[in-house]
Design a protein around this ligand. Structure first.
Ligand code: CTP
Ligand code: MG
Length: 173
């Protein structure tokens, strides 16, 4: 079993390609109200969770809600791919503004498995090349996360390690 130590109050960024299991992981380990999903915020502003043109507005709203939650001392989990430095920078900024530790949990599954899962989903239409690009962004992310300000970087590699992970909360004081 892999134990993921997370401060009681943290901004947790899930990091991984589409189909790696972020939303499944979030549902399993966190309460629905703790999880801010980019899909939900895209739908909120555009009525279409896949409308990429809505991403900027969706993330504005997501960052705003994350900030309100952190101000109230509530652990917050961001369920988005978080594969691009600029996307993660927005989260680190919100966490810092509220003196909260940003934590990353990377879910890394074989690209072939993510693709197989994607093909079985009615709610995803992206092609193989898009997934390959995400996988490249994930590879690059490994060397960047700690430097970007993530105080803990937990990496779960493969389905078994992801399935066996448990979250343990660390007392802040
Ligand atoms: N899935 C699975 N077994 C797991 C985890 C996920 O079969 N251990 C399946 C889910 O049921 C879903 C698909 O794989 O059909 C993708 O999982 P999801 O958690 O939705 O992946 P995300 O990383 O959230 O994908 P996206 O970025 O596209 O939201
Ligand atoms: Mg998801």
């Amino acid at each position: 079993m892999t134990t993921l130590d997370i401060p009681e109050l943290a901004l947790v960024a899930l990091v991984g390609v589409s189909g790696c299991g972020k939303s499944t992981f979030a549902r399993r380990h966190f309460a629905p109200s703790q999880v801010l999903s980019s899909d939900v915020f895209r739908a909120m502003v555009s009525d279409d969770e896949n409308d990429q043109s809505a991403s900027s507005d969706a993330f504005d709203a997501l960052h705003h809600v994350a900030g309100l939650r952190l101000r109230r001392g509530r652990l917050t989990v961001v369920d988005a791919t978080n594969l691009q430095p600029h996307a993660r920078a927005g989260l680190v900024r919100v966490a810092r503004e509220h003196d909260v530790l940003p934590v990353a949990i990377v879910l890394d599954v074989p690209e072939a498995l993510a693709w197989e899962r994607t093909q079985g989903r009615a709610d995803r239409t992206h092609g193989r090349q898009v997934l390959a690009r995400m996988q490249r962004d994930l590879r690059r992310s490994y060397g960047l996360l700690a430097r970007e300000g993530f105080r803990k970087v937990h990496v779960l590699r493969g389905v078994e390690e992801i399935d066996a992970a448990e979250v343990r909360y660390e007392r802040l004081f």
